[in-house]
Every structure is written in structure tokens, then in C-alpha cells.
Ligand binder design. Structure first.
Ligand code: KG4
Ligand code: ZN
Length: 339
């Protein structure tokens, strides 16, 4: 089963061919990061225009790299949402046209479920059950995956996503978009105990998160230091901020894994590339007899491979889309909220 997958939810135009949900036959990503960097973040209208220009060439390259024609694919999958509506629409329109022209089934994928399924590609032996922590620029959620095609949302952020806080703080410190990797790099030279930033909801029983408080506290600290002419160490600010976020993520994730009786914790989403998060989570999991897995950096950030992987399991249960398929910028997550 070879699925041609398309992902255009934000600022990457990506297409891939994935076989049986696990084997990557091709993987093309055309990133617009350099274009959006000039504006300090993603400009939706510009993103849509670039998707329009890039989507078909990117699909052609993905087919070429896989050594096949459109007629030789078995299905076409696309990200339906969540994401930027104009950006999503480009991928959905392209996928519908390709699927109609080739007479192949159409599969509509939830972007967040795709991020979680990237782990199945990165770790060929991995099978459910496992717990996932999805941390991206738009979302932060803890999801239990008891079986294929089943998702149980345990908790999520009540305000900012973790990646959003990383990006905002980096921006205020004068670093280019996306700021997460910059903070990660700076933090490696800084002292995580230098400044105490708040850790909202850390000791609350729920699995929900809140990052707007720590974000504001860091920004206030930066402004205050500038106002009194004291300056600050970007390395210490990055390390202290990152530690505040990572501690909460690690505590809640490990607690959720214990409560669900899971031995495997999988990271997903762009912030899963964060080196402190990976190190701290695996160090916390191991003594408890759990293991932590994470996709490669390329599979952590937005890509079509994860969409092809997720689509395969939808196809197995006959979950195909029809021509009425439309982009949904706030597509709800399949798993219902669990308590
Ligand atoms: O999953 P993704 O590519 O896009 C969304 O669906 O949001 O995630 C992008 C986010 C950005 O906020 C970026 O700053 C963050 O992932 N990110 C990181 C790192 N690499 C990417 N955050 C912290 N540390 C990193 N190493
Ligand atoms: Zn994403």
C-alpha cells in the first residue's frame, strides 16, 4: 500500500510516498522559513501563495524520488487541519484533484495525529500502546494511544503552546524565527538555575498545561533588566526559561504514563527536537522502567511522511474521504477528552 501524502498546514510544502505506514519511499519538504523570517513569524497570506506555487512541483519530486507515477500510487492523503486555513486549502484542493484524476481513494488526516504517528516511521518495531507528548508551535497535548486508530486526550495547554513561548521569547531577545532551536542552542551554555521563572500547574493533579505565565515572566524580566540598565545573559535566560517549561512537561508526562500503565513515551511535534526535553524525559523515564522515543529532527517538524503514516491506518479501517472534503483550520482531535 503506497500512499502519496501532502502536508501544507503551515509554512512547509511537503509531499511524500509512504509504504504500509512505515517505509519512506520519498520525502520532499520545501520550507518557507527563510521567507517568513523577514517578518518574524509566519504570514498566512504569503504562506498560501507559496504553497500554490510549490505544491505540484513538490508532489512531482516525491513521485520521482519514489520512482513511480501517480497511477502507481494506491491512495492520496492530505492534512485536513488543524492549521492555517488558506495553507490547508491548497493541499486539500491538490489532493482532491490528484485523487480524482488518478481514481485513487482520498484520505483526510488530522495534523496532530500525523505528528504522533511519525514515531511509527522513526521506530519500525514500535506498536501501540504508548503515550505521546505532542509539543509544537501550535499545540501542547498529552495523548494516550492504546491501539492503532485510538487516541485519548489526557490534557492540553490552556493558553500558549510550548513552541509559541519559545518563539516569542527568542523574538523579544532579538533572535530570528523560529526561535526554538536558538533557545535550545543558547541554553546549552547557560545556567538553568540562574533565574526562577514560574511553572504554572506543575503540581496540579490535571494533565493540562499553561505557558503564557512563564512567557510573560521572561519578557518582563528582559524589559526590567533593560530598563535598569543591568543587561542580562541570553544563555542564562534561555536555560532558565527552558528548564521551567521542560520540568513541567516531563513531570506531567511521566505521571500520565504511570497512570495509564504505559512503558513507552513518544515525543512528537517541533519542540520534540529540543535537546533538554529529550535528555530530561529519558532520564526521568528510565529509572521507572519506561523508555522514551522521539522521531528524528526532520520527522519532528512538519512533514508529509507523518501524514502518509497516519493515513495508512485510517485506510485499514476504511476511513476514506469524499469530494465534499474541506480544510478545517480547527479540526477537532479524534480522541475525546478523558476526565
Ligand atoms: O511541529 P512544528 O514544525 O509546527 C507546528 O505544527 O507548529 O513545530 C514548530 C515549533 C516552533 O515553535 C519551533 O520553534 C519549535 O517547534 N522547535 C523547537 C526546537 N526545534 C523546533 N523548540 C525548542 N527546541 C528546539 N530544538
Ligand atoms: Zn506541526
Amino acid at each position: 500500500m503506497k500512499i502519496l501524502a501532502i502536508e501544507t498546514s503551515c509554512d512547509e510544502t511537503s509531499a511524500a510516498v509512504v509504504e504500509d505506514g512505515r517505509r519512506v519511499c520519498s520525502d520532499i519538504i520545501s520550507s518557507q522559513i527563510d521567507i517568513h523570517r523577514k517578518f518574524g513569524g509566519v504570514v498566512p497570506e504569503i504562506a498560501s501563495r507559496h504553497h500554490v506555487e510549490d505544491v505540484l512541483p513538490v508532489v512531482d519530486l516525491a513521485l520521482q524520488e519514489a520512482g513511480m507515477t501517480l497511477a502507481e500510487t494506491d491512495a492520496v492523503a492530505v492534512t485536513q487541519g488543524p492549521g492555517l486555513v488558506g495553507a490547508l486549502l491548497v493541499g486539500v484542493a491538490a489532493a482532491k484533484a490528484l485523487s480524482y484524476a488518478a481514481g485513487k481513494p482520498l484520505l483526510a488526516v488530522n495534523h496532530m495525529e500525523g505528528h504522533m504517528y511519525a514515531n511509527l516511521v522513526a521506530h519500525p518495531q514500535l506498536v501501540p500502546p504508548f503515550l505521546t507528548l505532542v509539543v509544537s508551535g501550535g499545540h501542547t497535548m498529552l495523548v494516550d494511544i492504546p491501539a492503532y486508530n485510538e487516541f485519548r486526550l489526557l490534557g492540553e495547554t490552556k493558553d500558549d503552546a510550548a513552541g509559541e513561548a519559545f518563539d516569542k521569547i527568542a523574538r523579544v531577545m532579538g533572535y530570528p524565527y523560529p526561535g526554538g532551536p536558538e533557545i535550545d542552542r543558547l541554553a546549552q551554555q547557560g545556567n538553568p538555575q540562574a533565574i526562577e521563572f514560574p511553572q504554572a500547574l506543575r503540581h496540579e493533579h490535571s494533565y493540562d498545561f499553561s505557558f503564557s505565565g512563564v512567557k510573560s515572566a521572561v519578557i518582563n524580566y528582559l524589559h526590567h533588566q533593560e530598563q535598569i540598565g543591568a543587561g542580562y545573559s541570553p544563555e542564562d535566560v534561555a536555560a532558565s526559561f527552558q528548564a521551567a517549561v521542560v520540568d513541567v512537561l516531563v513531570d506531567k508526562t511521566v505521571r500520565a504514563a504511570q497512570a495509564c500503565g504505559r512503558e513507552t513515551i513518544c515525543l512528537a511535534g517541533g519542540v520534540a527536537a529540543n535537546s533538554a526535553l529529550r535528555a530530561r524525559l529519558s532520564a526521568a523515564a528510565e529509572p521507572l522502567g519506561m523508555r522514551m522515543l522521539a522521531p528524528t529532527a526532520r520527522l519532528c517538524t512538519d512533514n508529509a511522511v507523518m501524514i502518509g503514516a497516519r493515513a495508512y491506518y485510517q485506510w485499514q479501517r476504511g476511513d476514506t474521504a469524499d469530494w465534499s472534503l474541506n480544510a478545517d483550520p480547527r479540526l477537532p482531535f479524534t480522541g475525546g477528552r478523558q476526565g
